[in-house]
Design a protein around this ligand. Structure first.
Ligand SMILES: [Zn+2]
Length: 187
């Protein structure tokens, strides 16, 4: 992880100023995942927790677009920096398991998801924030709005979390769980 920080600082992609941190030109701040989990649990009471996925997806796409404009990021850069940034942010260890460019699909795993650890046991997958961010990043890479579902989650008792990212039309929307994860909450 220190190697990532050193490399980013060396290329002025991570800049520390007094009271401000910029990562690839975007201000970032350190917020404990306890905050995200607390927010998620409050939203769940009103059945609005999937909002986190949709907001993270929009934000992820916007962030990678902005990094792309400033740094000319290509797919290989996103493959390299995406997992490094997630790891650096303290969200877990990301691995791209399978990538099918012809189908614009991606299969990734997240080990040691901190959010799901803090969340505790659940009957549902809980990593909406990561699911949205990775989906936004790959929507940028493939130049198309994609969707993502979490097929395995530590909170459900699985060993690691697993995600499938691809165009919405390729998901089986007759499957109630997939449909639930892709449903925009009714505000
Ligand atoms: Zn999970």
């Amino acid at each position: 992880m220190l190697k990532t920080v050193t490399e980013l600082m060396l290329h002025h992609q991570l800049v520390f100023e007094e009271g401000r941190i910029n990562l690839f030109g975007m201000p970032i701040s350190m917020v404990s995942p306890y905050f995200v989990v607390e927010l998620q649990k409050e939203l769940e009471k009103k059945n609005l927790d999937n909002l986190i996925y949709f907001v993270a997806r929009n934000f992820g796409k916007h962030w990678f677009n902005s990094m792309g404009d400033s740094y000319g990021l290509k797919m290989k850069d996103v493959m390299k920096w995406g997992p490094n940034i997630i790891s650096l942010a303290g969200w877990g260890k990301v691995t791209v398991r399978k990538k099918k460019d012809s189908e614009k699909s991606l299969f990734v795993t997240l080990e040691k998801s901190v959010n799901s650890e803090i969340y505790g046991k659940s009957s549902k997958a809980v990593d909406h924030l990561f699911r949205g961010l990775v989906c936004g990043a790959w929507s940028y890479v493939y130049g198309e709005d994609l969707d993502a579902i979490e097929t395995k989650c530590r909170a459900k008792g699985d060993k690691i979390c697993e995600f499938v990212i691809m165009p919405k039309k390729n998901f089986d929307l007759t499957n109630a769980e997939i449909k639930r994860q892709l449903l925009l909450p009714n505000l």
